[in-house]
Design a protein around this ligand. Structure first.
Ligand SMILES: *Cc1c(COP(=O)(O)O)cnc(C)c1O
Length: 341
């Protein structure tokens, strides 16, 4: 099976498993796990933040961030196709009791004017606007990288109006590799940032949340409350650390493979795809022109040994990752060709 359903399906390599097996561990709830501490320090260095917290998932990292930044009844501004709206089980409402103002961005990227227009008046009738949340790269936006200038403008608009900014940087390292801009530069003006280790970086478990010392102090309390405070978590932190040290530069390979896939698909009759939209490792395309629903297409493609994701909105998603080689992409395009003919 050539599995393009997600970059979360990668399994730890032999070398990563070795690092995991040899990890020094301790009670991380007491701050005594040396591998967790090493990872948290590495994340601080990477992102230029004062403090960081190792967590079981990026969902938890985002939700702890929302909890710390807001109070019940507050409102968060984010793009309407953001991950926390669609794939985190309604948790902003469930866990933090917040409202979300959905902005219509361009593949997940919105503007300072969108932020300014969304800010509520200081009036007891209105929810209190508290936070802007940006997603970089943007998943449903097709792995779109936030242009640095636009990001800085959004941060300035937010800060000028007393709002904090959170970045869901689950795929931040894809943005770094695609843009050539350092992670520190990208996150310089955001108040908190999530990164995920179990996507392109290939670790089996884990994410991190970074921010100021005061922010992480509160986040540490929420980690306990949400049940995310772990014990000998160095076992999994070792995989994350290994991914951070060894699997960042190779993301360029995933990006080249995604581009190759999009170009191959563009040559097929009945497929709607724009290869110039592919900036990182995610390819969305439509099959309407082939007289097939996305779900039907994905089912038939799977019978030919290639798995992709089908969405209700009629789009098909293919994601490249560690376990996908160039030859797999070529075979995947051949399988698509046969599925359509
Ligand atoms: C995958 C993902 C998450 C959640 O990550 P988990 O570690 O699976 O909880 C959050 N945001 C974005 C943009 C993602 O792609």
């Amino acid at each position: 099976m050539i599995d393009l359903v997600s970059d979360t399906i990668t399994k730890p390599t032999l070398e990563m498993r070795k690092a995991i097996a040899e990890a020094e561990v301790g009670d991380s709830q007491r701050g005594e796990d040396p591998t967790v501490n090493l990872l948290q320090n590495a994340v601080c260095d990477l992102l230029g933040k004062e403090a960081a917290l190792f967590l079981p998932s990026a969902t938890m990292a985002n939700q702890i961030a929302y909890k710390v930044h807001t109070r019940p009844g507050d409102e968060i501004i984010m793009d309407r196709f953001s991950h926390p709206i669609h794939f985190e089980g309604g948790s902003p409402a469930f866990l933090s009791g917040v409202m979300i103002w959905q902005v219509s961005g361009e593949r997940g990227v919105f503007t300072e004017d969108d932020v300014l227009a969304a800010i509520r008046p200081d009036d007891p009738h209105s929810p209190r606007t508290r936070l802007v949340s940006v997603e970089n790269t943007h998943n449903l936006g097709g792995g779109k990288v936030w242009p640095l200038g636009k990001l800085m403008d959004v941060c300035t608009a937010a800060h000028d109006n007393g709002l904090d900014v959170h970045m869901d940087g689950s795929r931040l390292m894809n943005a770094v590799v695609a843009s050539g801009v350092s992670a520190r530069e990208i996150t310089a003006e955001v108040d908190s940032v999530t990164i995920c280790f179990s996507k392109g970086l290939g670790a089996p478990v884990g994410a991190a949340l970074a921010g100021s010392k005061a922010f992480i102090k509160e986040a540490r309390r929420c980690q306990q409350v949400f049940g995310g405070a772990m014990r000998q978590a160095g076992i999994i932190a070792a995989g994350a650390l290994y991914g951070l040290r060894h699997h960042v530069e190779r993301l360029a390979e995933d990006h080249a493979n995604a581009k190759l896939l999009a170009e191959g698909l563009a040559g097929e009759n009945g497929i709607g795809v724009d290869p110039s939209d592919v900036e990182t490792n995610i390819v969305y395309f439509r099959v309407d022109g082939a007289g097939m629903s996305a779900i039907e297409f994905a089912e038939r493609l799977k019978e030919r040994g290639v798995r992709m994701g089908a969405y209700k909105d009629g789009r098909v998603r293919a994601v490249t990752h560690f376990d996908i080689k160039r030859a797999d992409v070529i075979r995947a395009v051949e399988a698509v060709h046969k599925t359509l003919s």
